[in-house]
Every structure is written in structure tokens, then in C-alpha cells.
Design a protein around this ligand. Sequence first.
Ligand SMILES: [Zn+2]
Length: 908
Amino acid sequence: MRSEAAKPNLSANANFDTHCLGLEMRSLSLFLGAVFSIMLPAIVSAEKPFSFNETPGKLPKTVVPVEYSIRIVPNIEKLSFSGTETVRVDVRGAVHQFVLNALELEITRASVDGKVLAQSAIKIDKEKELLTLALPSALTSGDHTVAFSFSGKINQQGQGLFYIRYQEQGSGATKVMLGTQFEATDARRFFPCWDEPVFRARFQLTVVVPGNWLAVSNMPVENEKKTIEGKEVRFAATPPMSSYLNVFVAGELDLIESRSGPTQIRVITTKGKAELGRYALNATAQILQYYNDYFGVPYPLPKLDQIALPGGFGGAMENWGGITYYEAALLFDPKNSSAETKQNIYEVLAHEMAHQWFGDLVTMAWWDNLWLNEGFASWMGTKCTAHFNSQWEVWLRRNLPRDPTRRVGIAKEQAMEGDARPTTHPIQQPIATEAEANSAFDDITYKKGQTFLRMLESFLGEDVFREGIRRYIAAHKYSNTTTADLWSALSGASNKPIGEIAAGWTEQPGFPLVKVKREVDGKVQLTQERFTVNFKNAPPLEWQIPLTYSVFGQAPASLLMAGNTQILQNIPADRALKLNVKGAGNYRVEYDAPSWTLLLQALPKLGIEDRVNLLSDSWALVQADRALVSRYFELVEKLPASTEIAEREQIINVVDFINGLLDQNPERETFQKYARSLLRPTFDTLGWESKEGESPTAGNLRASLINALGDLDDPEIVAGCRERFKKYVANPASLAPDLRPALFAVVGHHADEKTWTKLNELGLKTTSIEEKQNYYNALACAPDPNLVKKTLAIALTDELPTSRAIFLVPGVARESGYPDFAWDFARSNMKALLAKIDAAGANRYAPSLFTFFSDDSRADELKTYAKNNLPSASAPEVAKVVDEVQFRAECKRRLTTQLHAWMNKKSR
Ligand SMILES: [Zn+2]
């Protein structure tokens, strides 16, 4: 799943990881036994290989579903459905009851082996989401059958079965279609089932839909016949898989198709949009071939559908054979879509398709190993995207779809920022409840997971690593696994104790800082310690670090740093030494003064990956209060002139963060002037218009710079945007699609009432979800209090898809300069807003709106609000935001003083 949008992650620069406070406390007490001892041994892996019986979960392992046959009849008018289901089960030992999952379902009839149960024998525990059938007499081991009749709800938000209301392309008529979203624990809202990933079974679905609708599920249609209600569509049974991977989509749909070897591939859209799926269809064929080869096991289903949903949910979901996407993450309009959109589509496709193996064919046994799905799919998707599109620099740049409320950020940096805080948690974490399973979709799971895999791959070598993955897939296909199974396959392929190296990275929180100190006689001393930000008295930890380094003029070298200290020998005293070659490792580096001076001198000869790594580490040291902010900007000033996008975006992100902190601050004007002087030369090199033969990322960088310089009130940029917007309104073809989102945002940032109204009109008119989003993002930027209020009110209307409308509020909080208005509005309308979001999102929504404050008093306000209004499942989210607000407040005080002193010194 692409959690970024599906489980909204709303922070600007912060990471929204969950449930870590409890865990951090636990490791604190764990370490009390070793008080003051710095030389702690790294944790050694304790996890066991997969065993069905020992897999955690609520459901007893004595009744195991083998094959489901499900028939669903939706009633669109009443927003409900009725269903019948027969499940063949394998009973292991004598049982007196069946325990499975059901939620918001009414069970009207249940029978076991054909015998109808009394209504009193059917119990639903709403809280635990369990359905219990008391059996009149004990069942013996072996094959049995249980059958149900039931009814349920069609939801507004993307949870279980949901409806999407949308404007049809061309006619503009309002239409309704259906979709499903089951991960993590919502298949139980569609049919009674053993809704834990370890209960793999075959699923055979039959649906009844209107005659002019197309119905899609995991497998091809086996049979279709007319009925009085319309038509009955019977799909072929799936191979054994987890319940959360089921899918059902239906509506007035169009499609385009092709084949890749034995696999039929299709892109399915609402009427009139199929041709916009051409780019995705071609990319699908390319990616499928790459994965068939990489995994060594060909894609196992007869077809693969890529399905665009114009609303309902905001991300993408890897349902086996029928992947669903928020429309803007799948459809590409060559005339009107930006290069960013194109890259997002490729990355999301590559991520979801990697899941068809890692997640679907082989599935984590329990949600504590979610990272096996998500960390792996993120790494594999990025690797595949980089393989076919090296010009995009995906490793160095963001690799998740851009959330409307969020700036670009490098995946690795986002993971490390969150992982340095007191609210972090290990990649592998205990999961007890449904709420915890839903909260597990966070930056640590996705991004630290992928960063760690990348570090491991670069340590073992590409070929050895792939051999390990092939062994893993071959050994566990159509089954479940734990992390231990992956390490054992990689150890087998590499003859290295991967479990021991990996344990420190996946079973404990945080990551190391390596300090570099030059000594006499060519010796360099390396020491490691835990790297933290805003985290006093952090428990000390130690890692086995797959470390790489390069001495200028020599080939890069690697070593496994297993202890606290390591000495490098024979390093010439006059040569620069760079650790973490190409920034592929998940650690920070702090150089002593002589090493730093040599590195600055060598800067022009460093490659782009190493320059970005130095910038990121320097900024992190500022965040950690280990370096002055002047040290970061001195590095920026020493960089050779360049239009390398990854490097310039790193600087833009930092400038944007500081500019936000200095809102209403007397230092802001001086800082903005300085920041413009850093960014403007690059923009002047690029110019407004694209040039023949420029780099493929020039358009993206041009847009980023326009956005950033507009935020920094560059008068020429603002005037240039306004003039081009006027021309665009008269003739849309006059403005390159790449520039539109940024240019609209700048226009929005400086909008008067007339401009605001124009942007809103344009947003109302378009049937393109991507374009619509661009206009409403721009509305969220408007800085005038009256316009802020008008924008906020739209969040309660149907102008935007359900899954998007509510994010106007955090958008306003971030962009308008009035986070207080946004919070006041949300507090007054919380019930109506939360009706548009699923349960996991709801836990994050209110806390997320505080992320944009940088006053300690707001942290206290959130704590009080949470105590009185939020469920306990929100606690980890609240802790994270409280930490973020406190961090920003502290950072504001510290950086204001430092910037003042430094800018004064510069101007003298
Ligand atoms: Zn995923």
C-alpha cells in the first residue's frame, strides 16, 4: 500500500511515525540493568522462522479456511449490500466454536455442515471485531463447511466497500462507482472471514451489478449472465492468499489492454479516460518483465489490472491481480500532466507491482513484520525506477507521491529525521490491535526499511543480494514469512551472518553517528554513538555498521564496524577522506576540523551523491545542536555552481523550513534576502522557458525554484507568475504542464479575491483529478484572512474527492501562515471532517494540524485536547506531534540567535 496518502502523513518536515513512546520506554528500562555502560553489545536476532501455529493474532489456529465462495449484491440507492458465503474449513482438533472476524455486518443466518445455527449461537463482539459461532456439538478434525447470509454498508470513505461520486469526462454528468480497500483489517467489513494475513485461502467472488457496468476483481471473469437486477459476474478463484488482498471495483468503466508474455495487462478507468492510461500500460509491461527476471518466479496470475479510482481513497493498494490507484497516481495526460506526475506514476507502479511478489505471493505472517512488505516494495520499486530512468535521480530525491500538504523530501532523510527522535520505534515492532496494525504504515516501516535494504545490498553486492531474494521467493511462495526467513536466505547466498548484522537495524530503534578524528602517523579514529535530535538522555545503543569510505585518489573501501571504535591505517594526512560512499549507508558522519577542511577543498571533485550526503549530514548536525547553522550555509556557499536537482532541492528544503520558522520574526526579511541570493543564480541559469537539450529534470528544478523563490517573496518571480497565469487563463497551452502546480501556488500565495475566485472556478470546471488538485492546492496558499476562511469552508463540500477535501485544512495550516485559523476551523467541524476519513486517518488528523505550530504552548494545548477528545489509539501520534512542536520551538529560538549573529558578521 502507498500509505503516504492512504494513511495521510501530513507533516511538513516532520515524520509522522507512530507508537514509539511505549517502545522507547521499554528499551530504557531494559537498559537500566546496564546503567552507564557505553559498551553495549548490539542486539542479536531473537526472531524465529515462520511457524503457522506460533504466529501472533487473535484468532485460534484450530479452524483454518481453505476456500471461500462469496456472492455480493450491492444496493447503490440504499448504500448497502447483501451477501451469502460458503467457506470450506480445515478443523485441526476438536472445536466447540468458530471464531472469525466481522465488522459492521449483520449476520442473518449461519450454518455448519448444512445445519442452521440458532440466532442465539451467533455472537458479534463489536469492540474486538470478532464473530463467534457456538456449535451445538464438538466438531472432529477434518473438512467442514460453514455458510453465512449477511448484509453490510457501502461507505463514503475508503474502508471496506465504498462508493465514489465523480464527474464523468466529456459529459460532466455525476456518476457513482464502487471500490474496495481492505488493508489492513477491513475485509471483515465485506464478508465474514479469518482476516489475519496468515490465514491464506482461495477466494471465489460472484457479484451482481447493473447491466452497463464493468466489474473487476483479482481474477478474470469466469462466467457472466443476465439477471433481473442487471448481470451476475462470477470470477475465477484466486490462489491461496491473505484476505486483505481481495478487491472488487465496478462502474461505467473503460479500459485499454495489452499482453506481456502469458499475462494480460489492462488499465481500467472511468468512461472517457482510458487513453490516459497508455503511459501506465507501457510502464507495466516494462516493469513486469524486470520483476519476472529479478525474482526468478514469473508473475503467477493470468492477468494484472491497474485500476484508477477518481476518489474514495488517496493512495494505491497492491490487491493481487487488481491494483487500485488514486486516479492522479495512474493517469498521465501528455498535454496537461507534469513531469512530476509522470515520475510518481512510474514509482507507484513499480512499488505496487513489487508487492505482487513481496506481499502477495509471499506475505508477512503478522503485522509486526509489515516492513517485509513495505520496506521491500519501497526499495525494489525505487531500484526498478532508477534502473529504467536513471535521469530522475530517484535515490537522491523523493520517492513517494507528493502529498498536497507536503514538500518533496528524500525518503532516506525523512526516515532518519523521524528515527533520531524520542518517538521512534524499531522497524519490527509488536502489534496487538487493529489500530496498531493500521498505525504501522509509517516512515520507519517504509523508508528506514528501504534504506536499510539498500545499505545491505551495497554491502553484499547486487548479484549476491538478488540470489538471496530468489532463494527466499522460491522457498516461501504461496506462504508466509518472518524477517528471520529473509535473513536466512540472504545468509545462505552470501555466507555472512546477516541476522546478526541486521538485528541492530531492525530490532532496535535509531541509528549511529560515526565520528572521524585524524591522529598521527596516518591513523584515523572512528567512533560510533547513537545519533539523536531533541532527545535528552537517550539510551545508548550500538550497531554493526556496513561502513564504506574513500580516500581521494583511491578506490572506495568497505568494512564492518562491529565495535565502538575502529582505526583506519595509512590515510595520507593531506588527502580528503569521505565516509559513507555515495550516501548509501543509514548513518550520519561528523568530521573533525582537519578532515572537514580537506573535504571542503575537495568539494568540486565530489560526485553529486556525496555532495548531497554532506549537505544532509551537515543539516542534521544543526538539527541535533551539534553544529552551528553557519557551518551548513558555509558548505552551501562553497559548492560549485550547479543545476543538479537533488543538491538544489536539499538546499530548498532547508531554506523552506527556516523561512517557515521565522514567520512573524524580525529576522525573516534579512534571511529571505540571503536565501534568494543562494537560489536565484540557479533559476537565472535555467530561465522561465525550457531549452532544447536541457536535462530531463530541469523542468522539475525550475518548478521547485519558482515555488521556493515565490515563498521568499522574490518580486520578479511573483510578477512573472502573475503575468503567465493571466496568459494561461486566456490560453492554457501557453503554460508548460511542469510549471503549473508551482506557478499556481505562487499566484495563490499572493492572491487577491479576484484571483482566488478565478482559481476556484478553474478547479470546479475541470474533470481531471490532477488539475483539480493543483488549483485547490493554490487556494490553500492564499494569505488573506477572509480568503483563508473561504478555502477552509470548501473542505466540507463535495468540490474535491472525499479523500482529498479534508486535506485542504492542513494545506491551509502549512501554506497560508494561519495555522491557528485552520485549527479553529477543524476543531469546530471535527465531526463532519472525520466522516470523510477512515479510522486510522482519523487518529492522525487532529494531531497533524498542530505540526505547523512552533510555540510550546500549542504542544500543551494538543495534550489537553487529546486527553478530552481523542481515543487512546491516537496517543503515539499525539506524542510525535508534541515532540515536533517542541523541537520547532527550540529550533526557532536557537536558529534565530545563530542566524542573527552570523548574518550580522557577514554584512560587516
Ligand atoms: Zn506498499
